[in-house]
Design a protein. Structure first.
Length: 283
């Protein structure tokens, strides 16, 4: 039954008439309600306080701050900074290579995307050798042995993500890991028409079947509210940017929301899914 539902997924990135937009929201809401339960344990991830001092967040979305902070500050706890062979799915400009370098990693970085927005010259000269592959991630023809396979808001844009995730698992080194930043079920109300799906416990459990999977909640109710008021309603519905019109106010409110989320750890906007090839040493 779940597989049948998958084949009915609607691409929220494509232009849609009003009735199809309504259908997308209703369909995904029903799927998300059914996917709240699942044999996946989730743990809260608290944003380090120093992040608020180190980053300029005047026009950055809460989800982007939280996702990048997870890579910078939590990933080094999960696998020690060293030379790695990295595969970035849906790499965009290749910014992930810069984040990993700042976190202390180096080695080989390969970015894959169906669109050529890669800015390799911008990230060259760091601790990684950088390559870009233009094409469908499902058709990857790469040698296995990746220490880290990562994606940031990419899986929800891929039609058959189950097949891709299983394929990526075969490309990992013995003690390698996949790290995917994905929208939570609650993100439907923040992004509205975005990708094919959102991810709840059931969806994650169905896709990451190994016993060595950890899920971290990113964000809370305060950031959810700031995103909805300053981004969802004005930018998606009214086509105006309050972030650009009132950047100082947005920054102050977002700073406060990031702090308050320590007390309001519900309504996370996203998850960091960490799936290891084995339960062996973390490197």
């Amino acid at each position: 039954m779940m597989r049948l539902v998958d084949t009915m997924e609607i691409n929220g990135d494509a232009p849609m008439p009003a009735f199809r937009r309504i259908r997308y929201v209703v369909r995904n809401m029903l799927c998300n309600i059914g996917g709240f339960a699942g044999p996946v344990s989730m743990q809260r991830w608290a944003l380090p306080r120093r992040v608020l001092k180190d980053h300029d967040i005047h026009a950055t979305s809460p989800a982007r701050i939280l996702g990048e902070a997870f890579i910078l500050y939590e990933l080094p706890k999960l696998t020690a900074p060293r030379r790695l062979r990295v595969l970035d799915i849906g790499c965009g400009s290749g910014r992930m290579s810069d984040l990993l370098a700042k976190a202390g990693y180096g080695g080989q970085y390969i970015g894959v995307d169906v669109q050529d927005r890669f800015d390799g010259a911008r990230w060259q000269g760091g601790t990684f050798t950088i390559d870009f592959v233009l094409g469908d991630a499902h058709k990857l023809d790469l040698e296995p042995g990746f220490d880290l396979i990562v994606s940031n808001s990419a899986l929800e844009h891929i039609p058959d993500d189950r097949r891709l995730i299983a394929r990526l698992q075969t490309l990992l080194a013995q003690h390698g890991m996949q790290v995917h930043l994905v929208p939570s079920t609650w993100a439907l109300f923040l992004y509205l028409w975005h990708g094919y799906r959102q991810y709840g416990r059931g969806a994650i459990a169905a896709r990451f079947t190994g016993q060595y999977t950890q899920v971290y909640k990113l964000g809370g109710a305060a950031c959810f509210l700031v995103h909805f008021i300053f981004i969802t309603v004005p930018e998606l519905l009214l086509r105006i940017s309050l972030r650009k019109q009132f950047p100082e106010l947005y920054a102050v409110l977002l700073h406060g929301a990031l702090r308050m989320d320590r007390l309001l750890p519900f309504l996370p906007s996203g998850y960091a899914v960490v799936s290891r090839a084995t339960g062996g040493p973390r490197g």
